[in-house]
Design a protein around this ligand. Sequence first.
Ligand code: ATP
Ligand code: MG
Length: 692
Amino acid sequence: MVDAPPRTNRPGLLDGLDPEQRAAAVAPRGPVCVLAGAGTGKTRTITHRIAHLISSGHVAPGQVLAVTFTTRAAGEMRTRLRALGVEGAQALTFHAAARRQLRYFWPRVVGDRLWDLLEGKLRLVGQAAQRAGLGTDAELLRDLASEIEWAKASLISPDDYPATAVRVQRDSPAAPQQVAEVYRAYEKLKNSAQVLDFDDLLLHTTAVLEENAEVAREFRDRYRCFIVDEYQDVTPLQQRLLDAWLGGRDDLTVVGDANQTIYSFGGASPRPLLEFTRRFPEATVVRLERDYRSTPQVVELANKVIGAARNRPAGSRLRLVGQRPPGPEPRFAEFEDEPTEAAAVAARVRTLLDAGVAASEIAILYRINAQSEGYEQALAQVGVPYLVRGGERFFDRREVRQAMVSLRTAAADPPPTELVTAVRSVLSRVGLTDQPPAGGAAKERWDALLSLVEVAEELAATVEGADLPRYVAELEQRASAQHPPTVEGVTLASLHAAKGLEWDAVFLVGLSEGTMPILHADGDDNAIEEERRLFYVGVTRAREHLWLSWSLSRHPGGRRNRRRSRFLYGLLPEQHPAARVPRAQAGKSGPKPRCRLCDRPLLDTMEIKLGRCRRCPSNVDIELFERLKEWRQERAKELKVPPFVVFTDATLLAIAEQQPVDRGGLVSISGIGPGKVTKYGDDVLAVIQGER
Ligand code: ATP
Ligand code: MG
């Protein structure tokens, strides 16, 4: 019997999907899991699935709740849904969804208006730390605050903290008992001030749904279909909320990529994604390999970056296959100091703009927010507009809050003028001038106000008769969903904030040891792997142009004591001036081979073969090493030679550590020449890929 084709009331809706994506989109309501690499169309698949379920009458828009992790990604999802003609389905972050629900149910359950949200917990953590005798060192307070966040996201109470911290070998910022004390005092202070922190939104919503049958019934009647994007980054707390939403039902679609897990430090884990089918054995599971986002050049680099990852969980090894036409090779650039690097990036941005790339299609991504400043200055100097993401949230900005107050007041007694004029006139009172100020913070404030005018223009153009009250309602809705208006400009964002997004041109800057990977990850294998995944997320944001740069010193004329990131090992083209020849092949007179992990000179042939010194941890994949040995055994038998003639143990070990993804990678391992590659290359690559 042939299955009937999927029924959709919107012919052509699913045309833009490949067969695997389509299978996930049209799967009947119930558990669906898409496990796939970056740029393979996971987000596209779920937005189409939502559109399909709605247009075929399987679910009403208001019954759909789609969640993700960053406000920007949620905004992206809404934009894509709107483009597919979906109105009324919710796409929010976990926090925004919980906040809305709590606001709705709180008066009924607690009998009061919802407590205010605590803006930053440092002040209260400071008071709590002082009580615990821990002082007020700013860095310690920040670490304590993140530790409390980790504990709450991991569903660990103050009482349970000490034992758990010991069990999971947590690198606690103070003695576990003291951390617990601070955590307890913080909770107390917060409750007596009647404020909630971000995690409380999730905790309380979960509790309300778990403990109040009537509320749970009403909620579950309203929401029936749940979709989670970026599921690899779910925390135990978010999972608990998700389970409370589901209430035993199974109408859940999850998509994710374990290789993009970048929030483990905050308690997230890819396990629920990887074990989804264990929980729902009847789930429709789809794997995607075609990368539609990036050129083959970018995809190749991405494969190399993630191919070097260690301790990857089963099921997360994959090789992306680029679908786009070829583009330029990724560029690598080394600079004397940071201002020179920033100036070069700004100049290159200018060139791209002149060549017709839109400013909104360019992003400069860095590891920590403090890096943005140098780039802001450099861009301002060459007159390129930019916007900083992931810094202060748009609707929390002072001038935006002021503007909202004025707009609300004006809307109570709307003037008889046309909307855009009315908005401009209100905003002129809070600092919107006709001409933009020269630059810096004033220009940024001006841009923010101008983008409010643009929202008015958009509304006037799309909604007939839109007036000031309607406009204010639109802004409030955006504010509660944290959906900031787009400002035309080059994006400056941290790698964390860039998740799920894409640009034509991406600059990954500051790729030096201590920044990428971040200093405090050093010496902790798991933390280093998380940094590597973060780097992978960065690389896979680029559609076409990818630039990777670092500098040798911080200030002009400073000590050139920085080294480029270990993650760049094996990525630089050989002819690149900064590419160091890492191996013995360099010959006695050439540069000394160095450890690919710590950059120390290598001492003997074993070290040279492994490409690392003995002091650095081995990242050998033992299981792969065993498989390689098995293969060597078979091959040696066939050829009637001793196994070491095929490859020595040291060479196999080097292969199992470095896991080259192509012939080029194989040849670069010492002990593997072109002859061996011809004889065994395909076999070995197949073993590495798990195909043998
Ligand atoms: P990430 O892991 O980074 O979140 P993703 O898997 O969610 O990536 P998408 O953002 O959905 O990937 O898709 C990447 C790009 O490829 C988007 O521009 C999308 O429109 C495009 N794309 C996806 N599938 C197809 C397809 N079948 N045909 C053409 N373009 C596609
Ligand atoms: Mg996505």
